[in-house]
Design a protein around this ligand. Structure first.
Ligand code: FES
Length: 196
């Protein structure tokens, strides 16, 4: 049985009651920076969203909204990046061959620069919001959990690059939206890196 299957079995029946407690636990464990919101007009048009990551602490996640979808921007530490290769053989789509991302994010870290991950916070199973769970070996996810995203709805799990583990309901990795760097500390989400 894969790790994903074990987690799914353990969590599926209790997911409904675990959601509230899970959210609280995450809020305490992962610094969640307040959302940046574009103007209503920009949102309506689906305009790119500019995000300042200069104050995003290592290990923290920033939630923004683009085209009505939640986007997670994660400042990965060296330790978090080091975890990416550890579980490659447990992933359903380690090379992101079946998943949605721009070509420039189809790599081991699924990002333009390794340090910042940008993924949609939308589970590829039925669209719930996966929770950032960056702590290593928490009691509820098990001793072999190296950090990633956990969807409480039906127990899907993703690594720190948003790659889905085998044996869970979600079929593919978390999508990566188009984005590019305006400068070293500013991302433009919704603007493709291939477009100036
Ligand atoms: S929506 Fe079913 S596991 Fe995420």
């Amino acid at each position: 049985m894969t790790r994903g299957e074990r987690l799914t079995r353990r969590h599926f029946l209790t997911a409904a009651t675990a959601v509230t407690g899970g959210v609280g636990a995450v809020a305490a464990a992962v610094p969640f920076v307040s959302s940046f919101r574009p103007s209503a007009r920009a949102q309506a048009l689906g305009a790119p969203v500019e995000v300042d990551v200069s104050k995003l602490e290592p290990g923290a996640v920033l939630k923004v909204e683009w085209r009505g979808r939640p986007i997670y921007v994660v400042h990965r530490t060296e330790e978090m990046l080091g975890m990416l290769g550890r579980d490659a053989d447990l992933l359903a789509d380690p090379d992101s061959a079946e998943s949605i991302q721009p070509g420039y994010a189809r790599n081991d870290h699924r990002s333009v620069q390794p340090r910042f991950l940008v993924v949609e916070g939308v589970c590829t199973h039925l669209g719930c919001a996966p929770l950032p769970r960056f702590e290593v070996a928490p009691a509820d996810l098990g001793a072999d959990w190296g950090g990633g995203f956990y969807c409480p709805c039906h127990g899907s799990t993703f690594d720190l690059a948003g790659r889905v583990f085998a044996g869970v309901p979600a079929p593919t990795n978390l999508p990566v939206p188009p984005y590019r760097y305006v400068n070293d500390s500013t991302l433009l989400i919704g603007a493709d890196a291939g477009i100036a």
